[in-house]
Ligand binder design. Structure first.
Ligand code: DAT
Length: 175
């Protein structure tokens, strides 16, 4: 059993599925903290440069893990990132993989002004369920849940469900 008093939850999925939206709402409704890996990579320079083609930072995973280890081990983090296999299993209590219908995701990514190649790359990744597979390979099946994120109603019901899980976890872990 982990020594942390609050659980760590990963909210993951292809860009545009709603990780930030879910994480912020969950942080508003619980004592958990939204832990945006994107912001940490950028602000703490946990990268080896910027990939102009894909308009994203090239993450230095060792530096990132060193940077966040102390804070994550304290517990209570909602880890918001489009990958999940880099975090040690012992740090994590729940992995939420958000999934979105391809046409809905296409519209969201186009609205973000992603170029065609980046949109196609991400839609392909969603179709191939790359991140769901990554989560299933990296963590126990019982801590990985897949949730739909097509509509605003989905966001509300997903966040309620994760909140209920959080309340049960804290009760079972002496909270
Ligand atoms: P991510 O953090 O996974 O990249 P986001 O939370 O920034 O995604 O959401 C991308 C956009 O889509 C943003 O404008 C909010 C919207 N959105 C996300 N999830 C949604 C949902 N389930 N229903 C409707 N809109 C959603």
């Amino acid at each position: 059993m982990p020594s942390r008093k609050l659980p760590n939850i990963i909210i993951t999925g292809t860009p545009g599925v709603g990780k930030t939206t879910h994480s912020q709402l969950l942080a508003d409704l619980t004592p958990l903290e939204h832990f945006s890996i994107n912001d940490i990579v950028k602000n703490k320079c946990c990268h080896t440069g910027f990939d102009e083609k894909f308009k994203s930072w090239i993450v230095d995973e060792d530096k990132l893990l060193d940077e966040i280890e102390g804070e994550v081990k304290q517990g209570g983090k909602i880890i918001d990132w489009h990958a999940c296999d880099l975090f040690p299993e012992s740090w994590i209590d729940l992995v939420v993989v958000l999934r979105t219908d391809n046409t809905v995701l296409f519209d969201r990514l186009t609205e973000r002004n992603y170029d065609e190649e980046k949109v196609t790359e991400n839609i392909d990744a969603e179709i191939m369920q790359v991140i769901l597979e990554e989560a299933r390979e990296s963590y126990d099946a019982e801590i990985v849940i897949e949730l739909r994120s097509d509509s605003a109603e989905d966001v509300d019901s997903n966040v309620e469900r994760i909140k209920a899980w959080y309340e049960a976890w804290t009760k079972n872990n002496g909270g």
